[in-house]
Design a protein around this ligand. Sequence first.
Ligand SMILES: Nc1ncnc2c1ncn2[C@@H]1O[C@H](COP(=O)(O)OP(=O)(O)O)[C@@H](O)[C@H]1O
Ligand SMILES: O=C(CO)[C@@H](O)[C@H](O)COP(=O)(O)O
Length: 464
Amino acid sequence: MTLVAGIDSSTRSTKVLLVDAETGQVVDSGTAPHPDGTECPPQVWWDALQQAGGDLIDRAEAVAVSGQQHGLIALDEHGEVIRPALLWNDTRSAPQAARLTGEGGGPGVWAQRTGSVPTASFTVTKLAWLAEHEPDNAERTAAVLLPHDWLTLKLRGVGFAEATTDRSEASGTGYWSPDTGVYLRDTVIGALGHDAVLPRVAAPNEIVGHTPNGVAVAPGTGDNAGAALGLRLESGDVVISLGTSGTVFGVAEAPAADPTGLVAGFADATGRFLPLVCTLNAAGVLDTVRDLLNVDHAGFDALALAAAPGSGGLTLLPYLDGERTPNRPNATGVLSGLTTHTTRADLARAAVEGMLSAQADGLAALSAQGLRAGRVLLIGGASSSEAVRRIAPHVFGLDVEVPPTAEYVALGAARQAAWALSGRPHPPQWNTGAATGFIGRAATSVTEQYSTLRDETASWTSHR
Ligand SMILES: Nc1ncnc2c1ncn2[C@@H]1O[C@H](COP(=O)(O)OP(=O)(O)O)[C@@H](O)[C@H]1O
Ligand SMILES: O=C(CO)[C@@H](O)[C@H](O)COP(=O)(O)O
């Protein structure tokens, strides 16, 4: 049996799968946690990778890494990491995002040039923050990598001059054009103050090198593109991934360029495109309210499902850690409609309805860009929640499918590794198994309560 390994280095943890390259069947797996926070020394991810599956990788013939997108890893001329990586969910570079957007000709120009209007999540704004707040570190920056790029380099054990990335990851930097496939050097220089070595953008099924033990290394991907590959996403499918981030995305044949900035015009891992809406707040909203209610996942679900749609008039605007879509980096959560009749069940359901309503806004933004959902697939940690599964169709006004529980990002990375190893033009046709359907009618009161609160707070949730 030919084995391949897929790695998901996400915000919360590293997951490693060892997979049969012919069938996609998982034969072994491992996981290790990451610390909380919005910055992290990359060495922590390398250690987590070793803990989760260093031995699994040596049993494989090929390996690929999918990683949380956008994070900034600055290396000095010797290849040493200069400071802890600034992650996608770190909002400190919001002022630089606003400045760069203005200086670069406005949102429309950015969307045309890079596919996206940069928010604090995008690497380019983190470079500008570094130049402004840590000029010595900016000056010392010789190379700029993203998390999966750096882990791929570490797996190969080579220097940054040989670093690689892929289209999906490059498209989250804010200095690469998904349309033309080239880096925008002027944008890097404008943000950092000077040029830097950037990883070569490899072909989707290329073998970019080998580990010291001879395991072939594929280019890897950003984690959402990894999930798309793991799910064998096709035109008309829309994924809603509920992990630390909430993401709503689908594959497209042409690049997106949304001047409103709601949709990021990413590239995918197959040579196509991946228009995507990302919220900073998703599963963590449920975690926070679950902690407040002092119940476990099952207890939380039972409470949420005991309340009526609309949560007795209680609405949670879930921008707890600031928000990226819409762009309200300094926002906090807002709980509205609290009365003496409000119950614990109402609070649990309001958390689920609020979190899902933010994703419904993502569905609407994708639809406005011409990407309509024929099939909605729910994945990510919070898709395990029975309450989320059963309430989602009411909030989206669409039936929802939940694929069999699996680590789809790591599976996508493994599928890429198998593809690169095969030398064939297309990825292997792995069967992901039958999804479970959840149906329901749209609960318009939920949508109205939510959109009213979202719009009423448009100005004041933007400033703490
Ligand atoms: N049954 C469940 N109900 C609700 N949330 C869950 C459940 N199981 C896991 N989660 C949540 O999923 C999140 C982790 O999801 P995951 O997709 O692994 O995140 P990430 O990819 O961002 O690291 C955590 O916030 C965790 O509490
Ligand atoms: O920033 C984005 C997408 O643009 C996030 O989706 C990150 O890629 C983090 O993903 P998770 O750890 O939540 O899966």
